[in-house]
Design a protein around this ligand. Structure first.
Ligand SMILES: Nc1ncnc2c1ncn2[C@@H]1O[C@H](COP(=O)(O)OP(=O)(O)O)[C@@H](O)[C@H]1O
Ligand SMILES: [Mg+2]
Length: 202
């Protein structure tokens, strides 16, 4: 069984905590947050979603790969690739850059996020949960960024009545385009409202 240490916590989402794998720096382990319900289900949904995506795509850019479950002292952990900058630092989320970083080139971020969204749309990767905390920005050798989706549970998290967009591709594409537009709008909005968001994030 893998023992996780508080010092290797990378970040927390709404349902899961993400730790660096203690034996392999190229991997992370997501475990359910102890005080929330649904973390285990989120891990199951993420793995299912990843496996479904892999059925149709041999190679995947812009996506953090999942490698199945492992037992940890904090519950069943989902192992995924750890996205790192070219200098080895763990990549920051768009949220971290937009809200917490003093300087940030919004035009560049919009371009990088657009490349990710176009890729998802072109490949029918219906990740509807593309918010600022679910995408990390890997620093590349040429001092640019490459965006990666790190939270893939979205397609199984469909709260719509009858879940039509999960069944009909045409509707799914429309929804993904709406979500992409929303992401770009939020990058601009959240930068403007960053002081307020920082206070609310505490
Ligand atoms: N593959 C990864 N590489 C680097 N950091 C990650 C990775 N996956 C998750 N994280 C970090 O963990 C946080 C929570 O992960 P996430 O999968 O979004 O959990 P939740 O389902 O609770 O929203 C992210 O916001 C990010 O900071
Ligand atoms: Mg998330």
């Amino acid at each position: 069984m893998i023992v996780l240490d508080d010092s290797s916590l990378i970040g927390c989402g709404t349902l899961r905590a993400c730790y660096l794998h203690p034996q392999n720096g190229k991997l992370i382990i997501k475990v359910p947050l102890p005080d929330r319900e649904g973390g285990e289900e989120a891990n199951n949904h993420e793995l299912l979603s990843y496996q479904k995506i892999r059925q149709h795509h041999e190679e995947l850019d812009h996506i953090s790969h999942c490698h199945g479950f492992t037992e940890t002292d904090r519950g069943a952990g989902l192992i995924c690739d750890c996205i790192r900058d070219c200098n080895g630092d763990i990549a920051k989320t768009i949220w971290d850059v937009v809200v917490y970083q003093e300087t940030c080139d919004i035009e560049e971020l919009l371009e990088v996020a657009t490349t990710l969204c176009d890729y998802l749309i072109a490949n029918d990767l219906f990740l509807f949960d593309i918010n600022l905390k679910n995408i990390v920005l890997k620093r590349t050798e040429d001092n640019g960024y490459r965006a990666y989706a790190i939270d893939l549970k979205g397609p199984y998290d469909n709260k719509e009545f009858l879940q039509l967009s999960s069944r009909i591709k045409f509707l799914a594409r429309k929804k993904l385009k709406r979500r992409s537009k929303q992401l770009l709008e939020r990058i601009v909005q959240f930068r403007e409202q960053r002081e307020l968001l920082k206070k609310m994030d505490k």
